[in-house]
Structure formats: C-alpha cells, structure tokens
Design a protein around this ligand. Structure first.
Ligand SMILES: [Zn+2]
Length: 378
C-alpha cells in the first residue's frame, strides 16, 4: 500500500482523498491537510512526512488560513509554488523525490494550470476532481497514482544501490533487445539522470505518451488493421499478451502498452509479410487465421474502404488511419524513433481535432484547407 497526502484549502474537499482511497483496491491510503503554513514550511513538512505521493489542489489560496493571532494569511501561494519547493528539495537528495499529482477543478486546470508550462512540468499527473466522481475515471486515477508511486520507489531503490539507472532493466527488456530498441541518443541520456522525477518525465514523454517504441491499444489496432469494434478484441489482446508483446516495465499498470518491435517481428514471421505491406483486409484475414479468431478489418473513415494501408491511430479520433488520408499534426517534441502524429482527413473536415487541442503542421496546412473547403472530397 502507498501512503499519500492530499492538500486543499477547503476542508470539505477531503472527500476526494476518501474517494481515491476507497476505490484503489487497497493500494492507496490518503491523509488530508490544509495549507496552514508558509510555503517553505509546508514543503518541509510534506518532505519530512516521507509520503509515497503528494496530491495538491491548484488554488491553495482561496480560503484564507490565518496565523494564531488571526492576522496574517499563511496560504498565499498556489500548488505550483509548493511543488517547486518540493522539487528543489529532491535535487538535494533524490530520496526526497516524490510523485506530485495535481488534483483540481477541471476549469482551473484548463484555464489557469495549462496556460503555465512551467507549472505543468512540475507534476507527474493531472487529475480533475470531476474525474473522481465517475467510476471508470476514478479507478483509472487511483491506478495511475499507485503506478507512479511504485515507479518512484523502484527508481529510488535502484539509485541507492547503483548510483545510475539502467533503462533496459526499468523497462524489462531482454538484454539481446537493448541495442536494437534503446540505441537512440535521447534514450541513452536517461541513464545519466539522477533524479526520479526527471527520469519519469522522460519515460513519459519519450516512451509512454508517444507511439513509437511502445504502442497504446489504439496504435496496435491501427498496425494490425483491426477495427476497434471488431469481435474478439479482448481475446486478441489476451493472445498477444501470451506471446509476450505486453509491456511489463515501470508504469505499465497505469499506462498499458505493447512492444512494437516484438509485434513487428512476430507478424512478419507468422503472416509471411510485413504488416505495412498488406492492406487492411489482407492483414485482418491473415491475423484471424493465425490467431484463430474472428476479426473485423479497420475501415477508413475517409474512403470507407478496408483496402487501405492503415498505420497510425488518428491523434484526434484514435481510429486506425492510413498515411494517405491523414495530415501531420504539429509536434514540438519530435524524436526520430517516435511515430509522427497524424490527423485523419475526416477529423480535419469536421474540425474535431481542434477540440482535442491539436494543430496541423504548417507543411500540410494548404492541404487541410482544401479538405475543409470541400476542394478535396471523399
Ligand atoms: Zn480522426
């Protein structure tokens, strides 16, 4: 079990700490605190509490908490200032490092927190209070918090024993795969980092949150050209997991992923051709035969055909998408081993990608304009 703390200026909000603990299948215990100290003092107390994770409401300054004389307001700071103090202490000793979770109202997260990229970088996970009142998102939040707490613990223990981390070990890669999968400059540099929160941040941005070396379920279905509403999706995943393609390294329980290099090699051997060389119908047929499952091929949202070369999940609608009928998404943190972000023409036409906060890359903007004004039609 992981012991954490939730800090919020409003007493009634401690119900969120209770909700998380009660829905974590015994993985989380949370205590509640109000910010009744100056920021440096509170950071000190939270570090000295040796918690496995710290969750903070963003606006810690809305309900004034005054000193003993009732004069001076103690909590004149927001979560970002407190988080910065906690991160500073982690730099003094990596053993003080702790997962930081922002737990706040959805509108505050969207309007204030996301507008401040410095504040964004301080937190491992952002959860809205609205997510904690719905069963599935509440369970997901609890799982992700415990997954982060476990990852920090593994990394801290490793650093105590070895001084530096070994990425291949953290990810659970076999030694013969390491050279093939991890030999990229941005990944090699992770082994030199000595602070857990910086290691986690790199793992998130280079491996977990971006398709490339690891794939989400949606990315995997796109590579296999299987429709998300195909029968036997769960059996398909179970069989692929049995074959050893599921990612089992740090953070896997909060962010389930697949090893692309393993799927790629297996598919080439089993289907008699590389996945990318087969159109969707052929890919799904051969997979169905090999895995002895009934599977439905993906269908292009643009051409309405399954005979397309599906490759990526659209960054906007998550549906299997072919490169031919998609544009490049604007991406500030591209690396050669990451799959460039794509937005399907259907989502360009409907404008749905804008609601997901996505932008089209400049080089594809005139193409996108033609789709939007009807010059290019399905
Ligand atoms: Zn789409």
């Amino acid at each position: 079990m992981f012991n954490g703390v939730f800090v919020d200026d409003t007493e009634g909000e401690k119900r969120y700490a209770k909700l998380l603990a009660e829905n974590s299948a015994g993985m989380l215990a949370l205590e509640f605190r109000q910010p009744g100290h100056e920021v440096t003092e509170l950071a000190e107390l939270l570090i000295d509490g040796h918690f496995d994770f710290v969750a903070l409401d963003f606006r810690l300054d809305e309900v004034p908490i005054r000193d003993a004389e009732g004069q001076k307001q103690k909590n004149k700071y927001r979560a970002s200032a407190l988080a910065q103090q906690i991160r500073d202490r982690a730099i003094e000793s990596s053993n003080n490092d702790v997962p930081l979770i922002l737990l706040s109202q959805e509108n505050i997260i969207q309007e204030i927190f996301h507008a401040d990229s410095t504040a964004e970088d301080l937190f491992d996970l952002v959860v809205s209070k609205q997510e904690l009142v719905k069963g599935d998102t509440l369970k997901l939040a609890a799982t992700r918090i415990s997954s982060l707490a476990a990852a920090y613990k593994i990394i801290k223990d490793y650093l105590v024993k070895n001084k530096t981390i070994d990425l291949a070990v953290l990810l659970g890669l076999d030694s013969h795969e390491t050279e093939l999968v991890l030999n990229h400059q941005a990944l090699r540099s992770i082994d030199k980092i000595r602070f857990p929160h910086q290691i986690i941040s790199k793992l998130m941005s280079l491996l977990v949150q971006r398709p490339g070396i690891l794939l989400t379920d949606d990315d995997l279905l796109a590579r296999l050209a299987i429709s998300p509403d195909s029968p036997n999706i769960n059996q398909l995943k179970a069989k692929l997991d049995m074959l050893g393609f599921g990612y089992s390294g740090v953070l896997h329980d909060g962010w389930p992923r697949w090893w692309w290099h393993r799927v790629e090699v297996w598919a080439k051997d089993s289907l008699g051709a590389s996945l990318g060389s087969l159109v969707g119908t052929e890919r799904a047929n051969r997979l169905a035969k090999v895995l002895e499952l009934e599977l439905k091929p993906a269908m292009s949202k643009w051409s309405r055909s399954s005979d397309e070369f599906f490759w990526v999940a659209c960054a906007s609608c998550d549906h299997p998408t072919e490169l031919k009928h998609s544009v490049s998404g604007y991406d500030t943190s591209y690396q050669p081993f990451l799959e460039p972000s794509r937005i399907c023409w259907f989502c360009v036409q409907t404008g749905a990608y804008q609601k997901r906060g996505l932008e089209i890359e400049d080089s594809d903007s005139s193409l996108a304009e033609k789709i939007k004004n009807g010059q290019i039609q399905p």
